[in-house]
Design a protein around this ligand. Sequence first.
Ligand SMILES: Cc1cc2nc3c(=O)[nH]c(=O)nc-3n(C[C@H](O)[C@H](O)[C@H](O)COP(=O)(O)OP(=O)(O)OC[C@H]3O[C@@H](n4cnc5c(N)ncnc54)[C@H](O)[C@@H]3O)c2cc1C
Length: 390
Amino acid sequence: MHGIVNLDEARTLVGNAFGAAGDPDPPWPFAGGMRCSPRRGPGDLSHVGFGTAGGAGRREITMAERMIGTVVHRRDLSPILSILRLVPEDGSEFPPYLAGQYIALRRENCRLTKKTVGKDGKIEFVPDLDENGRQRRGAVSHAYSISSAPFETRLSRYLEFYVVLHIDDRGQPGRLSESLFQMHSTGDRTISYFYKIAGDFTLEKRASGFQNVVMIGTGSGLAPFAAMIKQLHYNATQGSASDVRYTLFHGNRSDLELGYHDELAAIALSGTLDFVYVPTVSRPSKQDLVNPDLGKGRANNLVRRVFGMPLKEEEDLAGLSGQGPDTTQATASLQVTVRPILPSGVSESGLRERMDPRTTVFLTCGNPSGMADVKRIAEAQGIRFELEEW
Ligand SMILES: Cc1cc2nc3c(=O)[nH]c(=O)nc-3n(C[C@H](O)[C@H](O)[C@H](O)COP(=O)(O)OP(=O)(O)OC[C@H]3O[C@@H](n4cnc5c(N)ncnc54)[C@H](O)[C@@H]3O)c2cc1C
């Protein structure tokens, strides 16, 4: 476990150890210069909506009313990946939610940025300085998937989040995530949240009627799946076992960054659910390499392997060859790609049997390029594809 996050350390880590901008193995969907969906810009909370929440035992609160929460627990998996637990400061309850949904969080003192157009015509976001050259600070709000399961919130009152420090192309940290990662050092433990749950990336909406649900989550894109599997396991222990088969491909760069790994592995072992857990690391450490319980390679390439398809990087190179363009980058990319290996105890044939196109849905959340590749695989195999767009 890592201690207090030092921003320089985080920058160095992201820049050196994991490669610069465009890193194909970012710890989460946006690192390495990925962007939010253009439909929904950062800080744009138009999707949060307004209205009135209420119901038995719950005080009436305007749905988008801003509330204050306190971080009561924090676990740093790496200098840029953390699991946070938030409770309402005033002892009230969070609104009810389904596994896979999200809520908007806000911090007041974020380093603000402003939009500029660079020399090459590219839009950039640079520090917003006042007339004296001082950094302007202000509130920034963003959506975060809830990684706790609803039963955990009901029993223990907290919401859990699995967050990553955003680092842009220029090595600058994101406004809100930087503030979240600086909380330790400032001693300030408050995060505002909006009293409104949103999102339809739920099993009820996206997987209803499918016998085989295959989840593919990379980086902090695991968050909605952690909530779903924990809730399904709890339901099973309470006598509501599901007869659906669940498979989770969980990818990150190294074992240390596989948040929720132990919990998910324990659920798979417990046998309460028909659940196969496939953890995999794309930049295995020496220890990871000799750990048979860990898969190796990117999650999308493991899925490809199950279907006997070439690696994404092989397909990319083959697509360029013979057409004239420079293949240097694609060749280099293939050379450094870790070949997919499944964890011990999980077989290709066993997984293929759980992915019958007629009865299978792929639920995906994570690195955009990896998820776009999973979409290609799904299309090639005739499998229904669902994406949570961050
Ligand atoms: C439904 C949903 C669920 C999510 N769940 C999670 C989760 O569980 N865990 C997690 O870590 N993240 C999650 N995210 C991402 C999260 O909402 C934030 O986008 C992320 O933390 C980055 O925020 P930031 O303020 O640190 O970065 P920002 O400062 O917002 O920078 C991000 C990018 O936005 C652009 N940008 C910078 N400044 C501005 C500006 N002033 N105006 C407009 N654009 C700007 C830049 O391109 C920059 O690279 C989720 C997003 C969505 C939509």
